[in-house]
Structures are given as structure tokens and as C-alpha cells.
Design a protein around this ligand. Structure first.
Ligand SMILES: Cc1cc2nc3c(=O)[nH]c(=O)nc-3n(C[C@H](O)[C@H](O)[C@H](O)COP(=O)(O)O)c2cc1C
Length: 385
């Protein structure tokens, strides 16, 4: 079988000042860990379809993110590849520890896919039983499995049998608000504890809620009280470093999964590191720092996808970075029109060539925008999803 997952080793960047700072443990060590991997701060970059590729992960790591997860990778795509889909699972040496997240419906295929990811260099295998997208649910994957605990448990056992190292999973708090759904969640969660999963991430919304309403942080708090020895990561409504700190304190979770809040704002990790260390809130990154982040992100994306595809992809990334720019609306409009690397550079020259203070992002969701343009949700690339 062809192994489709590439490991990029060239162009490894020298450690930046921030990387050295974080890796030298100058930030207070947290108890947040997965197996043997201890994290400098109790936060990680979430799995985000269409976003959390190697480029986004490395840019975040250079700004203090200690751990990151791929987007949900279809087990069949991992096993058979095709049409460049494997690019979403490319790794590089600066991208560890990293979890490969798999999604599927057949226990054997999920186990086989987990083995491929381990052989390709992933440190942790993460199971996705959370995705609420209709097409995913219709194929008995992702969040659907919260309604079928027998099959979910079959998958968990099959994958556990082939993963000797850390195995984790991503859940939502239930399929819906019914009592039966709560029981299903409890069975699956309890089995993960029995099978010695290294951590479980719970998004505090139901599958039925998708991204509406708010995430139930009290649910996360009660779960942590009930399972004090299980490493629990909380997800939902973390848009700023202050939100991350509030979730951490309110729920008592071991780590905060930063999702929409990290798109276009990799500095959220260093901001959270300062807050958790009891320091005053940092200023948002200035214009030159933002330019540096954008350039890094683009050049890593070019390594993965090539210039043409990267230029298209970076539109949706650029518009998220624009939230931090004082002329955000104009920058947004300029990025949305980008078609080539030259065009991308023009936008940087126009808006990012003189330094000045940046702007703090607002603590608000923009799920609907994001929801529409993710690979998993909309792109033909993922039509098998
Ligand atoms: C665009 C988008 C793509 C997502 N893709 C994934 C995914 O591939 N795997 C996963 O576990 N969660 C995925 N999620 C869910 C997030 O990781 C997170 O649990 C959710 O957005 C709630 O956190 P937030 O409200 O802080 O954004 C996705 C969410 C969004 C908005």
C-alpha cells in the first residue's frame, strides 16, 4: 500500500525567540499532558477542517502553542489517498507533538488508518466522534457515533488494539438533549476511561446544536468533577485568550482546545501563556508582527500545496488575520480577492508595510462563515466525507 502521508524535512526553520522561550520552560509548567508529552501551557490548537494543517500548526507553535491536532481525516482517504487529499496530513519536524485525527465508521478501517498515521510519525491518534455535518452524519461517522455506542465502542477497541501509545478522542456533550443521548455519552466516555485513553476533548454543545447557542461549560465542569483522574480538554466558545482563561478556571479542565479563536490569531497562545502565568494581558501583535505571521503561514502553505493552491487557500486565512488589523474591513476585502502569490504580496505591501499597533479580536463567534468554507463541510475534495 502506498503511504500517502508525507513528512517534510527540508526548510526546517531555526527556533525563534518565542520557541526557545516556551521550550525552555520559562513559562510555568502546567499539569496539562497527554501520555509522556507535558505541555508548557494548558491549551492546544484544535482540529479544524480546512484550517489546521501543518502551516497553521507550525505558525501557532512558534507563538507558544505546545500541541496541535489535524483536521478530521477520513480513514478511507488515509488508506487510499488521491486528489491531493493527503496534503492535509503532511507533517514536518517542527510539528510535534501532534495528533492525527481520524474519522470513519468501520472499526477495521479506523484501526488500519491509525496504523498508517503512526507509521507516518504522528505522536497521538485522536478519534472524531463529534463532527455534526449532515453528510458526515449520514455516513455514520463523526457525531453520528454518539447515537450508536455499540459501534463507537467497537471502533475504540479496534483502534486501541493497534495503538500502543497515546489514544484520545473528541466528543460533543451528547447527540441531543434527550436522556438516551446522555446515557450514550456516558457509556462511550466510560469506555474511553476503561481503555486507558490518554485524554478526551469535549465540545460543550450537542451534535444537534451544531454551532448555535452556547457551549455548556457547566457540563464540562461537572464531568471533570466526576472523572478527576481523566485528562479532560474543554472546547467551545473560546475566541480570545481571556475566554481560554475563563474556561480553564470555570470548568477545571486540564486544557483548553482553541479552535475558532486560533484561526488568524496564532498569538492567542502566547497571550494565554501570559495570563495563566498571572501577567498582565499582552498587547495584540503589531502590524509588523502580523506581517511576519502572514508571510510564514503563506510560505508553509506553499510548501504543502504549491503556489497556486496556496494562494486560493490563503484567502480564507488572510481574512481571519484581518481581524487584528486596525483597517480590518479594507484588509478583509483585499485578501478576499487574492489569486496569486504576487497579489498576496501586494496586499501585504499595501496594509502591512508600516508598523503600528494591532487590534484585539472580539470574543464573538463567526461560525457561519467558517462553517461554509471548510474543506470537510463544503469542498468537493471531501465529497467522500
Ligand atoms: C471550521 C471548523 C472546522 C472544524 N473542524 C473540526 C475537525 O476537523 N475536528 C474536530 O475535532 N473539530 C472540528 N471543529 C470543531 C472545533 O474544533 C471546536 O470543537 C468547535 O469549533 C468549538 O470551539 P470554538 O467555539 O471555540 O470554536 C471545527 C470547527 C469549525 C468552526
Amino acid at each position: 500500500m502506498d503511504v500517502m502521508i508525507g513528512i517534510l524535512t527540508q526548510h526546517e526553520p531555526a527556533a525563534t525567540h518565542e520557541e526557545k522561550l516556551f521550550s525552555a520552560s520559562q513559562v510555568r509548567r502546567s499539569s496539562c499532558r497527554i501520555g509522556a508529552f507535558a505541555f508548557s501551557i494548558p491549551a492546544m490548537q484544535a482540529g479544524l477542517a480546512g484550517y489546521s494543517d501543518m502551516a497553521m500548526r507550525v505558525v501557532a507553535r512558534r507563538r507558544g502553542c505546545p500541541y496541535a491536532v489535524t483536521e478530521a481525516l477520513l480513514d478511507r482517504v488515509i488508506l487510499t489517498g488521491g486528489r491531493g487529499r493527503e496534503k492535509r496530513s503532511i507533517l514536518c519536524q517542527a510539528d510535534h507533538p501532534v495528533a492525527g485525527q481520524i474519522m470513519g465508521s468501520e472499526a477495521d478501517e479506523m484501526a488500519a488508518a491509525a496504523k498508517v498515521l503512526l507509521e507516518a510519525g504522528f505522536d497521538v491518534i485522536d478519534l472524531n466522534f463529534a463532527c455534526p455535518v449532515k453528510k458526515v452524519m449520514g455516513r455514520c461517522r463523526g457525531g453520528y457515533l454518539l447515537s450508536d455506542p455499540d459501534e463507537a465502542i467497537n471502533i475504540m477497541r479496534a483502534v486501541r488494539a493497534v495503538v500502543p501509545g497515546p489514544l484520545t478522542m473528541k466528543l460533543r456533550r451528547a447527540l441531543d438533549e434527550s436522556g438516551a443521548a446522555a446515557e450514550n455519552f456516558a457509556r462511550i466516555f466510560g469506555e474511553a476511561v476503561n481503555l486507558n485513553f490518554a485524554a478526551i476533548t469535549v465540545h460543550g454543545r450537542t451534535v444537534e446544536q451544531k454551532y448555535t447557542g452556547s457551549a455548556d461549560w457547566d457540563f464540562l465542569r461537572d464531568l471533570k468533577v466526576r472523572y478527576p483522574n481523566m485528562t479532560l480538554f474543554g472546547s467551545g466558545d473560546v475566541f480570545t485568550a481571556q475566554d481560554a482563561l475563563r474556561m480553564y478556571r470555570h470548568t477545571g479542565v486540564d486544557g483548553v482546545w482553541i479552535a475558532r479563536g486560533a484561526i488568524g490569531n496564532p498569538w492567542i497562545f502566547r497571550e494565554f501563556a501570559a495570563l495563566i502565568a498571572g501577567q498582565p494581558a499582552l498587547d495584540p501583535p503589531g502590524i509588523f508582527e502580523q506581517r511576519e505571521g502572514l508571510l510564514e503561514h503563506f510560505s508553509l502553505a506553499v510548501e504543502i500545496y504549491g503556489e497556486e493552491q496556496a494562494s486560493r487557500q490563503m484567502r480564507k486565512i488572510g481574512i481571519k488575520y484581518s481581524r487584528l488589523h486596525p483597517e480590518g474591513a479594507d484588509v478583509w476585502r483585499a485578501f478576499i480577492a487574492v489569486k496569486s502569490q504576487a497579489h498576496w504580496n501586494d496586499v501585504l505591501d499595501r496594509f502591512y508595510s508600516s508598523d503600528g499597533p494591532g487590534r484585539n479580536p472580539e470574543s464573538v463567534p463567526d461560525a457561519q462563515d467558517l462553517y461554509k468554507d471548510t474543506a470537510c463541510f463544503a469542498s468537493p475534495e471531501n465529497s467522500a466525507c
